[in-house]
Design a protein around this ligand. Structure first.
Ligand SMILES: [Zn+2]
Length: 259
C-alpha cells in the first residue's frame, strides 16, 4: 500500500536543515511519490536540486504561482516558458502551480488572469496537466477556465477548500481532480461534508508542505509523512479501507499525470 503526495514544496528553505530525514520519514510511512510544483524563477534551482537528490521519488512541475505575479510577470513567464519548452534539465510532468489568489492582494488580478491563461495555453500545447491554486477567486478562475477550456485538458484543483457548488463545477471539467489536504482534518472546516459526495475517482491526496499541516499537527511545519492523517480521515469519510483508498488515489494520480 503506497501513497503519493501530489503537491509538496520540499525544496523550500523550510526543509534545508533536515530534508533527507523528512523524505525517509515519508517513505517509511508509505508515501512514495512527491509531486513538486514550482513557485517562481527564484525556486527553479532549488527544485532541480531536490530532484537530483531524490530522483526516484520526485516529479517536478514548472509554473508561475499567482502570488508571484506582479508588474514583472512577463519576464517571469519568459523564464518559465523557456524551462517548459527547452526542458534541458527539467523533464517537467505538469504546469504548476498556476492560478488566482485574491486573498492577500487584488492589485494584479488582471495580470494573474493573463498569466494563468498563457500557462494553460502552454499546458495544452505540451499536453501536460495543470495544477491550479485558487484562493478567494473561484468565480474568476471558473470564468478564466471556461474561456480556454478544452475537454482534453487535465489537472488538479489543488488544496480544494471550496463549497459544494464549487466542487460540482470542478467535476464538470471531465479530466480534473480535487486535491485534498490537511484542511480536511480541521475541526469545523466543513470540508468533510463537501467532499463526502465527491466520487473517489476524482480525488488526489496532497499535503502542500510546508503549509497547512493536518490535525494533530495543525500550525506546525507540514511534511509529506503527514499525508497519512489526510488519508485516514478521507478513508473514514468515504467508508473505505486505507488499502482501497491507496489503490484508487494512486490510479487517479497516474491518470492525471499520465504515468
Ligand atoms: Zn503549493
Amino acid at each position: 500500500m503506497v501513497f503519493s503526495d501530489t503537491h509538496c514544496h520540499i525544496y523550500t528553505e523550510q526543509f534545508d536543515q533536515d530534508r533527507p530525514e523528512i523524505m525517509s520519514r515519508a517513505i517509511d510511512m508509505n508515501v512514495r511519490r512527491f509531486f513538486l510544483p514550482n513557485i517562481d524563477s527564484s525556486y527553479i534551482q532549488r527544485l532541480q536540486q531536490a530532484v537530483q537528490e531524490f530522483p526516484q521519488y520526485t516529479y517536478p512541475m514548472m509554473g508561475l504561482h499567482p502570488c508571484s505575479v506582479n508588474q514583472d510577470y512577463e519576464k517571469e513567464l519568459e523564464i518559465i516558458e523557456n524551462q517548459l519548452f527547452t526542458n534541458e534539465s527539467g523533464n517537467y510532468i505538469g504546469v504548476g502551480e498556476i492560478g488566482l489568489d485574491l486573498y492577500w492582494d487584488k492589485t494584479f488580478l488582471k495580470e494573474q488572469i493573463d498569466a494563468f491563461k498563457i500557462q494553460v495555453g502552454w499546458a495544452i500545447k505540451l499536453d501536460l496537466p495543470i495544477v491550479i491554486h485558487v484562493r478567494d477567486a473561484f468565480d474568476e478562475i471558473f470564468d478564466a477556465m471556461d474561456a480556454i477550456y478544452q475537454p482534453e485538458l487535465k489537472g488538479i484543483f489543488h488544496c480544494f477548500t471550496g463549497d459544494k457548488s464549487q466542487a460540482e463545477k470542478i467535476l464538470e471539467y471531465e479530466n480534473f481532480k480535487l486535491g485534498i489536504g490537511g484542511v480536511l482534518t480541521f475541526k469545523n472546516s466543513g470540508l468533510d461534508e463537501v467532499v463526502s459526495p465527491v466520487p473517489l475517482d476524482r480525488i488526489v491526496l496532497e499535503t502542500d508542505s510546508p503549509y497547512l499541516a493536518p490535525h494533530p499537527n495543525r500550525g506546525k511545519r507540514n511534511e509529506p509523512s503527514y499525508l497519512m492523517f489526510v488519508a485516514e480521515k478521507l478513508a473514514k469519510i468515504k467508508g473505505v479501507s486505507l488499502e482501497k483508498l491507496s489503490e484508487i488515489t494512486e490510479q487517479n494520480t497516474n491518470e492525471v499525470f499520465g504515468l
